[in-house]
Design a protein around this ligand. Structure first.
Ligand code: HEM
Length: 505
């Protein structure tokens, strides 16, 4: 029996060894072929013509390119190390092969800016397949040209309107208060979970005027199933995550279409006068026939993504950075306590412009956006050969504008890895700072994200003290806190409000 097993294990070892050797030699041959096809040597133009050339870089291994190295860096606490290494070797713009595409990576703010400013004749958005399968065909993230500009303009001006900001302020205060009233002294609160729930309710209300309740609960469950598939394997068959997510999306589309139908029936009974109450109203009011029911429902669902993801992550990261920087927390708390006290004396409620006037709080949010890099960058696909700053981006290639490297560049930001909200006191938010992208696709929800975060921070710091438990930031596939940011809270005593003028801490 023993002999048999030794023999078996010996022959297994030999077979394994042979397989490994065969695999390695195949890979080496393939790599040579790959290099010849995709070119890994410098391709600088040495003639007297202007040096327009493919950026330097390598395409890595056959098929997988440099994806494995990119992912392993992305999972670390220094995702930009992938870029840093190549920046040193090839410069700020280099070529690579990631996620199945020949890609030009830009860590150069000027090149990235030109890419973002370009229209769809030059670049269109490019997303992983699992994402495009899940987003509706007419999602704003996927459409181009006039239609994208139209939808962007409508959504953007509604989100900027003071009418909506006033409503968001009331909703946000209400949902924040409802959550915080339940918090008990010494209770462990998971900031990431709390903020997800609050921000989702606020955004769904702004999109389709749905209040928390049974329908919201089931929408939220479907939405969580849907969002789990955004970064899944692109295999759509029963049992896979993508399949489950697509089913959840179908249920959400049915629900949103019912809401649209009710709204359309109402509007035919009485013509819709006055200002729109939500994004559905805004899109339905538009005379353009291009804005079909399918387009509106697709976009309603995709617009919920920042409510569950980017905005709560911004709030959670702010709490994380503040917990690690007591001086900033103290100044933020003083600023917010002062406002609270002033408004209490005047007997007035806080308006959205009061919140936005908190200048140090705004600096804390900017610094959180800079360090946190909730969206690390954006991917575009070149529709024709494009030349920027002497670099060639060939037709069909992707370009990855990597914001994170720019936001953490020590030539642009002194001590870039230090959380320093004070840097924004004298610094302009120039074109090197792009947490919300730029150009034609500049995030239309940027004011909303800031406003919601300000309101959350205001109520959190003026009502509670807390001790944060150990946690760390995970950067891939999306930014989040590994342990969901647990903090042990203690309510500030109400009477301390009267003492604030003498001792705000
Ligand atoms: C911290 C929060 C947020 C961050 C960091 C963020 C970041 C971004 C970035 C970088 C883009 C550009 C994408 C590209 O160029 O391809 C973008 C686009 C977009 N964002 Fe946000 N966003 C946030 C919150 C929001 C909110 C609250 C909404 C409102 C629902 C929103 C709606 C959108 C939409 C609709 C687009 C697509 C615009 C277009 O393609 O025309 N975002 N966002």
């Amino acid at each position: 029996m023993d002999n048999l097993s030794i023999q078996f294990s010996c022959s297994t070892t030999t077979t394994t060894l042979a397989t490994v050797i065969l695999l390695l030699s195949t890979l080496v041959l393939l790599r040579k072929y790959w290099k010849r096809r995709h070119g890994s040597s410098p391709s600088r133009n040495t003639t007297t013509n202007p040096p327009i050339s493919l950026p330097l870089g390598t395409s890595g291994w056959p098929f997988i390119g440099e994806t494995m190295e990119f992912i392993s860096c992305a999972y670390s606490d220094r995702p930009e190390s992938f870029m840093d290494k190549r920046r040193r070797m090839y410069g700020e713009v280099f070529k690579s092969h990631i996620f199945g595409h020949s890609t030009i990576v830009s860590t150069d703010a000027e090149v990235s800016r030109v890419v973002l400013q370009s229209d769809s004749k030059n670049f269109i958005p490019s997303y992983p397949r699992s994402l495009t399968e899940l987003m509706g065909k007419s999602s704003i993230l996927l459409i181009n040209g006039n239609l994208q500009r139209r939808v962007h303009g409508l959504i953007g001006s509604f989100f900027k309107s003071s009418h909506l900001k006033a409503q968001i302020t009331l909703d946000m205060q209400k949902y924040v208060q409802e959550s915080m009233t339940l918090w008990r002294d010494d209770q462990l609160i998971y900031i990431q979970d709390e903020t997800k729930s609050i921000a989702f309710h606020v955004l769904v209300k702004a999109l389709i005027s749905l209040d928390p309740g049974r329908e919201m609960q089931s929408l939220k469950q479907d939405f969580q199933q849907f969002i789990a598939g955004l970064m899944s394997m692109p295999i759509n068959m029963p049992g896979t995550q993508l399949y489950r997510s697509l089913q959840a999306r179908k249920r959400m589309v049915r629900f949103v279409q019912k809401v649209i139908q009710v709204r359309m029936n109402k509007s035919s009974e009485s013509s819709r006068a006055g200002s729109p109450k939500d994004v559905i109203d805004v899109l339905l009011n538009d005379a353009s026939e291009q804005l079909t029911v399918d387009l509106i429902s697709d976009n309603m669902i995709d617009l919920m993504i920042p409510g569950e993801d980017s905005v709560p992550v911004l709030m959670t990261l702010a709490v994380k950075y503040l917990s690690d920087c007591p001086r900033a927390l103290h100044q933020l708390m003083e600023e917010n306590m002062n406002l609270k006290r002033q408004k209490a004396v005047l007997g007035e409620p806080l308006s959205w412009s009061d919140y936005m006037s908190l200048s140090f709080t705004q600096n804390v949010i900017s610094e959180t956006l800079r360090m946190g890099n909730i969206i690390i960058g954006v991917m575009r696909k070149a529709m024709r050969d494009v030349e920027i700053k002497g670099y060639l981006i060939p037709k069909g290639w992707c370009v990855f504008t990597y914001f994170r490297s720019v936001h953490l560049d020590d030539n642009l930001y002194e001590w870039p890895y230090q959380f320093c909200p004070w840097r924004w006191q004298e610094k302009e938010m120039g074109s090197n700072f792009t947490p919300f992208g730029g150009g034609q696709r500049l995030c239309p929800g940027l004011d909303l994200a800031r406003l919601e975060t300000t309101i959350f921070l205001h109520h959190f710091v003026t009502q509670f003290r807390w001790v944060a438990e150990e946690d760390c930031i995970v950067n891939f596939p999306t930014v989040r806190l590994k342990r969901r940011m647990p903090v042990r809270v203690k309510r500030r005593r109400e009477r301390s409000l009267a003492q604030l003028s003498s001792n705000p801490t």
